[in-house]
Design a protein around this ligand. Structure first.
Ligand SMILES: [Zn+2]
Length: 83
């Protein structure tokens, strides 16, 4: 398991996969490319800050909390202003 150094730093795709418990680097990279997950591009490599990783975990929590058979992903939006 990769250790977090003190101060600002980033993690590689492989380290991030290990930290979040994902088995496939492609799964992670796909979601960065389509904008689901945040990442940094440093030189030519994708890197993830601890904040990025925290946000990825949050994003996963929201998705797994939804009932996958309901086809109404935008239903929440209407609640904001009803007047
Ligand atoms: Zn870290």
């Amino acid at each position: 398991m990769p250790a977090c150094p003190n101060g600002p730093h980033t993690h590689s795709v492989a380290e991030t996969c290990a930290l979040i418990g994902c088995e496939s680097e492609d799964w992670l990279i796909d979601r960065v490319r389509n904008g689901t997950f945040p990442a940094r591009r440093i030189v030519r490599q994708l890197r993830f800050s601890d904040d990025d990783i925290a946000q990825i975990i949050e994003t996963c929590a929201v998705q797994s909390g939804r009932v996958p058979t309901l086809p109404t992903p935008t239903a929440r939006r209407r609640r904001q202003k009803s007047d």
